[in-house]
Design a protein around this ligand. Structure first.
Ligand code: TIU
Length: 222
């Protein structure tokens, strides 16, 4: 496919869809459904629901165009050897990472709560990357996958805007990827952090990347 031009801020961006991957960050039951990690931290999980439908639409468009689609999941080994005590022990959550909740052990791989939400479930052939940290590059084979597929641009979606989406965008930007963030495909437990997080990406001439929305990406894909 030829280059397409996507309306974005701070300026429009031209990309080749064949060199572009969609990354769905951590659209897991643990963050979006009751009794998971997000709720144990004291958050109102209903604030994340707005991103689901736009992500669904964008995924459908990306699938139609044969784009590389990657899903990530934050979580830890059942033996928790990869879970830093500094992460597990902090704060006063109602249940800690590894404790048993209504969706199984909190943020542990293989548990029901760790799985992706049914609305955005991966299709056959789509990569799922398990990551122990907030960024999708840290301690994963994401960069190898992107290099093997000749990817230069990332469309980064998911939750939460200022935590795992931002960390991944920053990691990707430093590795030379052009990052495009559709704001309606991201959400935060803190609406003001969502807004400012998007502003931070596109400020200073696009210091971390570009911001757009799902409709503008779908319109450009045609
Ligand atoms: N707590 C919070 O806002 N986010 C996370 O812990 N992980 C992700 O953002 N995925």
């Amino acid at each position: 496919m030829a280059l397409i031009c996507i309306s974005a801020e701070p300026q429009d961006i031209e990309i080749d869809p064949a060199q572009t991957a969609i990354i769905m960050i951590d659209m897991q039951r643990d963050f979006l459904q009751p009794g998971g990690f997000g709720e144990t931290l004291g958050n109102d999980i209903s604030l994340l629901a707005a991103a689901v439908e736009p992500c669904k639409n964008l995924l459908a468009g990306a699938r139609r165009h044969g784009m590389l689609i990657i899903h990530t999941r934050e979580g830890h080994r059942p033996d928790m050897l990869d879970a830093p005590p500094a992460k597990v022990e902090r704060g006063q959550p109602s249940a800690r990472i590894g404790d048993v909740g209504p969706m199984g052990r909190i943020l542990i791989r293989g548990e029901p709560g760790h799985d992706l939400i049914p609305e955005l479930y991966p299709q056959a052939g789509e990569a799922v990357i398990d990551k122990p940290g907030k960024g999708a590059f840290y301690a994963t084979d994401l960069q190898t996958i992107l290099q093997n597929r000749g990817i230069a641009n990332l469309i980064v979606c998911g939750v939460t805007t200022e935590v795992c989406v931002h960390t991944t965008v920053r990691e990707a930007n430093d590795r030379g990827y052009r990052c495009l963030v559709p704001g309606d495909c991201c959400a935060s437990y803190f609406p003001e952090f969502h807004d400012v997080g998007l502003r931070m990406i596109k400020a200073q001439g696009g210091i971390f990347g570009w911001v757009t929305d799902s409709d503008r990406i779908l319109a450009a894909l045609g």
